[in-house]
Structure formats: C-alpha cells, structure tokens
Write a protein that binds this ligand. Structure first.
Ligand code: C2E
Ligand code: MG
Ligand code: MG
Length: 260
C-alpha cells in the first residue's frame, strides 16, 4: 500500500505552489455567511482548494502549513485575493444586495512592507470597493513583525478595508489582542459550537458576544451545522453564522445561487 507520509508530501509539493498555480491546479471555493436572525446571506469566505494530479484534492490543512513554511503562501495568498475580489466584483454586477468577501491572509503576507499598497492596487485592478473586502487574520500575527503589520492594517482600514480575527478562542487567544488590532469582526471558532451542550461554554460564548458588541465588532460563528445550533447561538447574542447548516464551501458557479 502506498503510504503518503507528511515528509514525502512536503518534499513533493512543498516547493511546488508556484508550479501548481501556473498549471491552474488551484481554485477558490466560497462558503456563505448569513445573519442568524434574518437568515439572509451577508457574504462569503473565500477558501483555497488544490487539486494536484496524482494526489487528488489536497486539504488546506495540509498545504497551507507547507506554503507557510516554504514562503509559497505569499504567491498563493495574492492569487486567492485577486481571484476572490475579481469574482465578488463580477457578482456585484449581477446581484443588487450588498455582501462582503472575506479572504484569509497569512502573517507572511501581512508583514511585507508593501502589503497595503499591494491590496490597494489589487482593489483598483478588480474594481472592488475597499469596504466590500474583509481580510481574516489570526492571532499568529503576533508572532510576526507586529509594528509593520499594525502599520499596514491601519493604512488599509483608513481606506475602508475591514478586518476579522479568525478562530477566536483557540490557541494564543488574548483579550489584550482585541484592543490592539483595528478589527471589525470576531470569528468564533467552531470548537465552541461543538461544545454548546455545556453551560460553561454557553456562558463563555455569551461573554464573547457582549465583549465584541462593546468593542463595536460584529460576530461570525464558524461551524454551524443545524437549526438548533443556529437558534442557540442567536439566543446567546451572536450575529452571523457560517457552516454546513447552510452550505459547505462551493464553487463560484454554485455560490452565486445564494445571492440571486
Ligand atoms: P478557516 O479560515 O477557519 O476556514 C473555515 C474552515 O472551516 C474551512 O476549512 C471550512 O471548510 C470549515 N468549515 C466551515 N463550516 C464547517 C462546518 O459546519 N463543519 C466543519 N467541520 N467544518 C466547517 P478549509 O476550507 O479546509 O480551510 C481550513 C483552513 O485553511 C482555513 O480555516 C484557513 O485557516 C486556511 N485557508 C484556507 N484557504 C486559505 C487561503 O487562501 N489563505 C490562507 N492564508 N489560509 C487559508
Ligand atoms: Mg477564515
Ligand atoms: Mg476560522
């Protein structure tokens, strides 16, 4: 039996993000986010997909860490941004309702000195208004060149670009971080949804919703899989949901069905 070990995967794919991009092996899928009260779709998260010949579909949880360690994440991240913003602009021409496009960005991208000007150039190429783009960052940015990152975030926020803190509640979460970053949205990690049965978890979710509200941020909860979770999360004060209850990430052709 063929064993696909992590090291062989790294060896064979690690340096090949550029080749994969050139060969057209990457695509962007879109997962809708919706308002937990009105149930209307408010936006989409763009998620990278890699279909490599001989490997099939490779999960982002495999290739993103490889891309981060080899530096390929900068090229990949920029391609995802350009693709997603171009797609959002084309959708806007067809649909009337406003929606946000959210794109994950890595600390390696953010710490590039010209990150802000790259984003502004990309917005002008695609024609997308800055206020329709939300960049999802994680608390791992604190492991990078923080002054440079804060400078880029502040410049972009002044232009109107929005920022979300992804996977909040996991890893290095610190409430202190919330007051240091120019954030518009807190994305609550799906591990909280999986533990909704616990009274303690519900109290923590409610406290996070209150905290975000006090800080003027909206909340998106990840991994909402059924109506009962959706109702409970709304009751606890969260604003928006994302998860299999409405849809997994899908191709652009399918995703537009949620807004027309
Ligand atoms: P993320 O940004 O937190 O994205 C949400 C992940 O949760 C996605 O996994 C999505 O498919 C999954 N998910 C959504 N709803 C549900 C649900 O109801 N149940 C379950 N079990 N899972 C759900 P995916 O697409 O595999 O992406 C994994 C991670 O890879 C992302 O987590 C993000 O950190 C990273 N990633 C993906 N695309 C990019 C990219 O273009 N750039 C960067 N820097 N990171 C990316
Ligand atoms: Mg995300
Ligand atoms: Mg997340």
């Amino acid at each position: 039996m063929l064993m696909r070990t992590k090291s062989s995967l790294e060896r064979s794919l690690g340096l090949d993000i550029s080749r994969g991009l050139e060969a057209g092996e990457f695509s962007v899928y879109y997962q809708p986010q919706w308002d937990l009260f009105s149930k209307s779709v408010t936006g989409f998260e763009a998620l990278a997909r890699w279909h490599a010949p001989g490997y099939g579909q490779i999960s982002p949880s495999e290739f993103i860490p490889i891309a981060e360690s080899t530096g390929g994440i900068k090229e990949l991240g920029e391609w995802v941004l350009l693709t997603a913003c171009g797609q959002a602009k084309r959708w806007q021409k067809i649909v009337k309702q406003p929606f946000l496009i959210s794109v994950n960005v890595s600390g390696h991208q953010l710490e590039q000195k010209d990150f802000a000007s790259r984003i502004i150039t990309m917005l002008s190429i695609t024609g997308l208004a800055p206020e329709h783009l939300e960049l999802e960052i994680t608390e791992s940015v604190f492991l990078h060149n923080l002054p440079a990152i804060l400078h880029s975030l502040t410049c972009l926020r002044e232009e109107g670009v929005r920022f979300a803190l992804d996977d909040f509640g996991m890893g290095y979460s610190s409430i202190h971080h919330l007051s240091r970053l120019p954030l518009d949205c807190l994305k609550i990690d799906q591990s909280f949804v999986r533990a909704l049965d616990s009274g303690q978890t519900r109290t923590v979710i409610k406290a996070m919703a209150n905290l975000a509200g006090e800080l003027g941020m909206r909340t998106v909860v990840e991994g909402v899989q059924n109506e009962s979770e959706e109702f409970n999360l709304w009751q606890l004060g969260l604003n928006q949901g994302q998860g299999y209850k409405l849809s997994p990430p899908v191709s652009a052709e399918k995703a537009i069905g949620f807004i027309i």
